[in-house]
Design a protein around this ligand. Sequence first.
Ligand code: DX5
Ligand code: ZN
Length: 219
Amino acid sequence: MNEIKIAPSILAANPAKMGDELKKIEDAGADYVHIDIMDAHFVPNLAFSPAMVKAFKPLCKLPFDVHLMITDPKKYIPVFAEAGADIITVHQEVTEDLGEMADFIHQFGVKAGISVKPGTPVEVLEGYIDTFDLVLIMTVEPGFGGQSYIEAMNEKIAKARQMIEKTGKAIELEIDGGVTPANVATPVSYGANVAVAGSAVFNAADAAAVISEMRANAR
Ligand code: DX5
Ligand code: ZN
């Protein structure tokens, strides 16, 4: 098993010190910056705008992993791509045509991700997984950081990995919500290879130590 990738979610960062926070995770050895976009419709919360993503871009060399928790992703994909997203993930629950969505995202020169909420079976992605670069399994209800990992998602992660293996492509399998050094090992053993972590990284005194611990526990 290769090393997992760690994607700290800046939803848990100090918004008044974003430059320092981005530098901190870059120095700590993170692989991606996970940026949650919320519209107060798809989820009952608001977070980050295209202008903010654009302002953060020059402050950090890590790829920007942009998670759109919004009801009309197509309308905002061009603007987030322009703002500096490297990966754009949309939700299955607000996507009518999955194949068309993947092509649409790719048009803007970014990688395409597809996400499912805890209540959505991963089987809805059957036949379309190979059009995406990343599958994101939500391991909490989307909308807020600091929630507890839903253990029942482990089975879905295993199923998603089986579906990915069948495509023969190097599609990433990301988990998001409640991931900590203490619980990362099981989902990784089931095939997750990218771990988003908000509170675990940003609420810690030593972000680098948490990231190393997550990697070590995932081995
Ligand atoms: C929740 C977001 C997550 C969140 C994770 O809707 O998609 O990315 O920031 O935060 P933690 O790691 O604190 O659960
Ligand atoms: Zn997220």
